[in-house]
Design a protein around this ligand. Structure first.
Ligand SMILES: C[S@@+](CC[C@H](N)C(=O)[O-])C[C@H]1O[C@@H](n2cnc3c(N)ncnc32)[C@H](O)[C@@H]1O
Ligand SMILES: O=c1cc(-c2ccc(O)cc2)oc2c(O)c(O)ccc12
Length: 366
């Protein structure tokens, strides 16, 4: 049996507490966004005292005394900086107010992000991932593991919690639909700015592209704007694309990627494969292969390749895998698992590069 020193056990005690209270980090982050704290600090020129913050946000009088505690928590976890006043600054006996600033993390949450060349705000993304639907679904994880329902992949924790899948919830709750789509949109904007700015070479030689499962077309529009010579289309289910008015930039095609994909130089698949099991991924890629020319055609995949050597990135990757387990029947895959799917679908070679830290872009050639 493993034995540990007292020092190790003391350290473990702290780590266990940190893990146990991990959910409070998400909830405090959500609270900061909903209170408008990143925006308030930004509008104070990047440094705000407590009175500045209380002027800028809307909380009842009796809650004001609690704000320093929330700010202290957020600063301890690197969401804001805090400059605590030195004792000698408090000449009149009054306690001087701490000054709070933005860190790179909270800078990503400021609404004006997108101005002056900065990337768009990721606040909608955070709010789309901390919904009651997500949290309640995650609480069903132990029950899901222990239930022998014979169709565990279908009865994912999300369905156990809500009686339907995410798309069913979005169909019946317009607010959730709006919050989720805004979140995915903000994430797509950041990802596409980054891909186009740093990996634009993947679109070289491409004159037509179909974004399969491209939703409402944010990624395809970004590609079409950056590369006007590329004819961009979105293929998605009828209930997603039929209500989108023509925009003259992207063509919307209603269809089922499992059955057929229109002929094109390149197929683009962003956050699609992680929704599906291996067998369905092979089916999707088989359709992609039929759609592209044997010579010069490619499939471009943006998804996670689990196995980053960096601790923080690996943690983000395996967190996404757990999210997929809670919400979908899909999974995040390591390189070995990806390779098997590519080969089973009849592709001969591929190139994978990490982007945005924990995501990867893969070019797949016939
Ligand atoms: C997780 S979303 C990804 C959306 C988009 N690619 C992005 O990166 O934000 C998955 C998309 O796949 C679409 N989808 C699901 N099943 C499909 C099918 N059989 N054929 C075409 N699209 C499908 C969904 O409607 C949804 O828009
Ligand atoms: O809730 C989600 C979130 C994602 C997601 C968010 C941000 C990324 O950078 C990648 C993926 O993807 C989802 C998904 O594909 C799905 O079918 C359901 C829920 C989510």
């Amino acid at each position: 049996m493993a034995t540990f020193s007292n020092e190790e056990l003391l350290q473990a005690h702290t780590e266990l507490w940190d893990l146990t209270f991990g959910y409070l980090k998400s909830m405090a982050l959500e609270c900061a966004i909903k209170l408008g704290l990143p925006n308030a600090i930004h509008r104070c020129g990047g440094a705000a005292t407590l009175p500045d913050l209380l002027d800028a946000i809307s909380v009842p009088e009796r809650k004001k005394a609690h704000l320093p505690r929330l700010m202290r928590f957020l600063a301890a976890f690197g969401i804001f900086t805090v400059n605590a006043p030195a004792a000698e600054e408090c000449a009149d006996g009054e306690k001087a107010s701490a000054v709070y600033g933005l860190t790179p993390v909270s800078r990503l949450l400021v609404d004006d992000a997108g101005a002056n060349g900065s990337c768009g705000s990721l606040s909608p993304f955070v709010l789309s991932q901390t919904t009651r639907y997500h949290v309640k679904a995650a609480m069903h994880l132990p029950e899901w593991f222990m239930s022998d329902d014979g169709a565990a992949a279908v009865a994912m924790p999300f369905r156990m919690a809500h009686g339907t899948d995410l798309w069913g919830v979005m169909g019946r709750d317009p607010k959730m639909n709006q919050v989720f789509n805004a979140g995915m949109g903000s994430d797509t904007q950041l990802a596409m700015d980054f891909v186009i700015g740093n990996y634009g070479d993947v679109f070289e030689g491409v004159t037509s592209l179909v974004d399969v499962g491209g939703g409402t077309g944010s990624a395809a529009r970004a590609i079409a704007r950056a590369f006007p010579h590329v004819k961009c289309s979105v293929l998605d289910l009828p209930n997603v694309v039929n209500s989108i008015p023509p925009d003259g930039v992207v063509e919307y095609i209603s269809g089922d990627m499992m059955s057929s994909i229109p002929n094109t130089d390149a197929v683009f698949l962003k956050y699609i494969m992680h929704d599906w099991n291996d067998e369905d991924c092979v089916k999707i890629l088989t359709q992609c292969k039929k759609a592209i020319p044997e010579s010069g055609g490619k499939v471009i995949i943006i998804d996670i390749v689990v196995g980053s050597p960096l601790k923080a990135m690996l943690e983000a990757q395996v967190s996404f895998d757990l999210l997929m387990m809670v919400i979908t029947a899909g999974k995040e895959r390591d390189e070995h698992e990806w390779r098997k799917i590519f080969m089973d679908a009849g592709f001969s070679h591929y190139k994978t590069r990490p982007i945005l830290g924990f995501m990867a872009i893969t070019e797949l050639y016939a």
